[in-house]
Ligand binder design. Structure first.
Ligand code: GAR
Length: 195
């Protein structure tokens, strides 16, 4: 059974979808802990599923490195096989990536390498793109630059707002994330040698 730690910043709807998938006994992974960089709304999903959670508030640390060191301490205590960044809106410090790589993946609401960064949906709309997408990638030291593990196109419709487009992307992200975690758990996908 693959053990998974999920890190969030916001509403955690993708986290909830993974918790639901993992509550099926035939799914080969379990979420063992949820962490956040603030008192995120999505921590409630962990409570709903009886999964422990922790918060390492970014704003209480003098530097990203100190925040990352505490985050790494918390993660280490759970010894997860895989860390999923599911809407964590912070860059992990280099030391944290180095310690846990290649077992860190990230979901992103765009068809990378198009529209990386914190505003993938807004940037696609601002660029007038006719299609965008969803991606699941390996985390490296860059901003959404790691190898792509799964991705799918999502159309942009005339009149779309950031919210309406994001609402169309998220179900695709969830499906990709659940499938990538499943493939890692079964050994079908080797994060040390992603194809
Ligand atoms: C998701 O769309 C995720 O891809 C995005 O934040 C959203 C979180 O939604 N992450 C990024 O943009 C990271 N660059 P959720 O909290 O409802 O799961």
């Amino acid at each position: 059974m693959l053990t998974v730690a999920v890190l969030i910043s916001g509403t955690g709807s993708n986290l909830r979808a993974l918790l639901e998938a993992a509550s099926d006994p035939s799914y080969p992974a379990r979420v063992v802990v949820v962490g956040a960089d603030r008192m995120a709304e999505g921590l409630q999903h962990a409570a709903d599923f009886g999964v422990p959670s922790f918060t390492v508030p970014f704003r209480e640390f003098a530097s990203r490195e100190e925040w990352g060191a505490e985050l790494a301490d918390q993660l280490r205590a759970w010894q997860p096989d895989l860390i999923v960044l599911s809407g964590l809106m912070r860059l992990l410090p280099r030391d944290v990536v180095a310690e846990f790589a290649p077992n860190i993946i990230n979901t992103h609401p765009a068809y990378l390498p198009e529209f990386p960064g914190a505003h993938g949906v807004r940037d696609a709309l601002a660029a007038g793109a006719e299609q965008t997408g969803a991606s699941v990638i390996l985390v490296d030291d860059g901003v959404d630059t790691g190898p792509i593990l799964a991705q799918e196109r999502v159309p942009v419709f005339p009149g779309d707002t950031e919210d309406s487009l994001h609402d169309r992307i998220k179900p695709v992200e969830r499906r990709l994330l659940i499938d990538v975690v499943r493939r890692v758990a079964t050994g079908e996908l080797d994060l040390s040698h992603p194809a």
